[in-house]
Design a protein around this ligand. Structure first.
Ligand code: CMC
Length: 429
């Protein structure tokens, strides 16, 4: 039975429909509120605002649950591959054997970038931030696909999605080889998605790179764990841009820029920088934590806290044990991993973090694994973007396929000066 909530304001009552999701999340639909009452709602940072309904990803932050299209992340991380997960996110079901072969063939077909795009790369300075290159190059790739992606035609949409998912790793690897003054490495047709990426990162004309299967698996898991995360900052950005009917490439390029910030995807790099800083400065972990707790210092414990998770981030749990396996396999002893483990222990016992429900998030361990694989810290957020690509594409499509979708256009409460007179130049100052 449909339920309503009632809002009373200025002597009048307004009935507001209550919307219940498939996992019993409950929201009040205020879309008619302003038309009926003149009121808007105010929610800085959107912490309490549902901006859409979505069928793609479910998070229960209180219980540390994350599911793609209903399937728990732990099961996908253990049994699936990134390419299968990309299909699941976009089409709602895991692919059949034939569908998987078809997707893999499309990924291989689209793995090269147009030769002319190599000149675009040359225009960037060697020290250009790879996230800036990635965002610019995604729009540039779009210029080479004259036909507009048709989200309602499965076949056409699959081809565009495969193009982006495939090319993004070629662009990412090329931005890295450029930054170290090495030639771009072409993709191989015989390697699967993640192994091919590692090949493009680390093979050199005079030195082939043969990726270790356990390393490939660990990175594939990192991509799976990053593949979607409902309405986070970058995904909400992709949907915002998509709502203006912007094309797939423009919308995704915007998402890359949003992801770049250190409070979002940039946190994986910031974690390593924080740990290196503590090690190099000789500061103790205890004194660093004390600094974090001192509100005046403005220092945050990077890789800790989350807007939605008020319990362990399930992705961090999986990565913590993946880090263990990778380190054992590669026989690496990284003092930064030991510091991270100690830091986590200290923080989880500290009243400041306990009270605020601050737990390690996905970025706390992903950087440590990527570092062990040999990925430089400047590339960490780019790898996050490679992983997030299928989710952004699925969310873009959901906006385009929603017959009720309207352009995203939030309101505001204006707090600036009231109407005043214009002062001519000679009378100012
Ligand atoms: N270190 C110290 N204090 C923190 C931290 C932290 N990492 N995160 C939150 N707090 C405190 C914050 O100061 C506030 O305290 P008080 O209530 O006394 O004012 C309280 O916890 C609530 O924080 P908030 O800023 O209102 O929380 P938010 O939901 O706006 O921010 C966050 C979420 C992820 C931006 C934040 O926790 C943070 O800055 N974490 C560090 C950066 C990071 O690891 N980001 C990656 C997020 S997960 C992957 C992704 O989204 O890309």
């Amino acid at each position: 039975m449909a339920k309503n909530a009632t809002l009373t304001w200025d002597g009048k009552s307004y009935d507001l429909p209550v919307v219940v999701g498939t996992e019993n999340e409950t929201g009040i639909d205020i879309s008619r509120l302003r038309a009926e009452s003149g009121l808007i709602t105010l929610d800085d940072g959107y912490g309490n605002t549902g901006s859409c309904t979505s069928e793609i990803t479910y998070i229960d932050g209180e219980n540390g649950i994350l599911r793609y299209r209903g399937i728990p992340i732990e099961i996908l991380a253990e049994h699936s591959t990134f390419v299968e997960v990309a299909y699941l996110l976009n089409f709602g079901e895991l692919p059949t054997a034939d569908q998987l072969v078809e997707l893999k063939e499309r990924l291989t077909k689209h793995q090269n970038i147009h030769e002319n795009l190599k000149h675009t790369f040359e225009g960037f300075p060697a020290h250009a931030p790879p996230m800036a290159i990635l965002s610019a190059m995604i729009n540039a790739v779009g210029c080479f696909q004259p036909e507009v992606t048709q989200p309602e035609v499965d076949e056409h949409f699959l081809d565009s999605a495969a193009r982006l998912i495939s090319k993004v790793r070629t662009i990412a690897a090329a931005s890295y080889t450029k930054s170290i003054g090495q030639p771009m490495v072409y993709p191989r047709f015989d390697l699967a998605y993640t192994a091919n990426f590692l090949h493009m990162m680390f093979s050199r004309p005079n030195l082939p790179y043969d990726p270790d299967p356990d390393v490939v698996r660990a990175l594939d898991q990192i991509f799976i764990l990053h593949a979607d995360h409902e309405q986070n900052c970058s995904t909400a950005t992709v949907r915002m841009v998509a709502s203006s009917k912007a094309n797939l490439y423009a919308s995704i390029a915007s998402g890359v820029c949003a992801l770049w910030g250190p409070l979002h995807g940039g946190a994986n790099q910031a974690v390593i920088e924080m740990l290196s800083h503590i090690r190099d400065s000789g500061e103790t972990l205890e004194s660093y934590v004390a600094k974090v707790k001192d509100r005046k210092s403005g220092v945050r414990l990077m890789g800790f806290g989350h807007r939605v998770y008020k319990n362990f981030d399930p992705r961090a749990k999986i990565l913590k044990s993946a880090a263990d396996k990778v380190f054992k396999k590669l026989g690496i002893a990284d003092p930064l991993l030991d510091m991270a483990l100690r830091l986590e222990e200290i923080a989880l016992k500290d009243e400041y973090f306990v009270e605020r429900k601050l737990y390690p998030n996905v970025d706390f361990y992903s950087g440590i694994i990527m570092r062990a694989i040999g990925i430089p810290a400047e590339m960490f957020t780019v790898l996050f973007a490679i992983g997030r690509m299928p989710g952004w594409i699925a969310q873009w499509r959901e906006v385009h396929l929603n017959p009720k979708a309207r352009i995203y256009r939030p309101r505001q409460i204006y707090t600036g000066p009231q109407k005043r007179d214009y002062v001519t130049l000679e009378n100012r100052g």
